[in-house]
Design a binder for this molecule. Structure first.
Ligand SMILES: [Zn+2]
Length: 319
């Protein structure tokens, strides 16, 4: 296999990289997405980003990951709220521009494939990646294969119910994990404690402007010993633990990796998750699983997109 291009389409930026088949990033650029200028402009921007990174080099295939619900077979984005996409072709315009195979995948699934093939999940057959950011998503690899489901809408761990009559969620449900363990959920929880008159050193940093409060700030304060921040992160981690016990009992993974912005909290986040799983999951499944932080960092998106291309080419060759 030759050089691959990996493209990570985000709401604000397109990250494009050239990678070896070992997942090594050879070069990388960032290009604005231009989502507010519509679908046509976004596709032009993707093509222009790949042209810039490719220069005169030959590439074997292009992997593209996008937020939203992706029809992997048809190369279509069925829906992506932050890009304002509804049933748009992602694959064909890029294939037409470069005359190489193009493979598309949901961004969290792609990140899971990347982390499994080239990151901390390497060597496992049963692996789950959970991404904790503004939302909460996951990708599941079972018996060496990424799970897709009928509409490529599996592993919506953010909408796993962790409180039967809990907070109302955008999905129409109640008590979803995302309401408690996402960056947004963590900020909401902290605001509630502060409103009740609890003390945290974050109040000095935000100087009365509660809109300045971020999950990253709370994670930092927790690491520096702020008791209320530690409690908030711990509660978020325990809700994640509830969801993960169900995943661990259902999928019997060898490893669960946690990534995304909130994962920067490190051990303060992973320790309660580990404790919850070891005390509440079934014995065999609890003993089988290790909980770790994801390892690919900034390049996770483009490495994941390249992993999608590699995986797809391998599957075709195996048929
Ligand atoms: Zn929900």
């Amino acid at each position: 296999m030759g050089i691959l291009a990996g493209v990570d389409l985000g709401g604000t930026n397109i990250e494009a990289a050239l990678l070896s088949e070992q997942g090594k990033v050879m070069s990388h650029i960032t290009h604005p997405t231009g989502a507010d200028e519509g679908y046509g402009r976004v596709m032009e921007n993707i093509i222009s980003a790949v042209k810039k990174i490719k220069k005169d080099k030959e590439i074997e295939a292009i992997g593209l990951c996008s937020p939203g619900i992706i029809d992997v077979d048809q190369g279509i984005c069925r829906f992506a709220g932050n890009l304002n996409f509804n049933n748009v072709q992602l694959r064909r315009p890029i294939e037409d521009a470069f005359s190489v195979p193009v493979f598309v995948e949901n961004d969290v699934n792609a990140a899971a494939l990347g982390e499994w093939r080239f990151g901390t999940g390497k060597g496992t057959d049963n692996f789950i990646l959970v991404m904790l950011g503004t939302g909460v998503g996951a990708g599941i690899i079972t018996d060496g294969r990424l799970l897709h489901g009928k509409s490529n809408a599996t592993a919506e761990i953010g909408h796993t119910i962790v409180e039967k009559d809990g907070l109302f969620c955008n999905c129409g449900g109640r008590g979803c994990l995302e309401m408690y363990s996402s960056a947004t959920g963590i900020v909401r929880m902290m605001k509630q404690y502060l409103m009740k008159g609890n003390y945290s050193s974050v109040t000095a940093d935000i100087q009365g402007d509660w809109d300045r409060l971020t999950a990253a700030m709370i994670a930092q304060k927790a690491a520096a010993g702020d008791k209320l921040s530690q409690q908030v992160i711990r509660e978020a981690a325990e809700y994640l633990g509830v969801a993960l016990v169900n995943y661990v009992n259902t999928f019997n993974p060898e490893m669960v990796a946690i990534g995304g912005g909130v994962a920067k909290a490190g051990d303060i986040l992973t320790q309660p998750v580990k404790e919850f799983i070891s005390s509440r999951a079934m014995e065999v499944q609890a003993n089988d699983v290790s909980v770790v932080l994801s390892s690919l960092g900034e390049d996770a998106g483009t490495i994941g997109a390249a992993a999608v291309a590699i995986e797809s080419i391998k599957t075709v060759k195996d048929l």
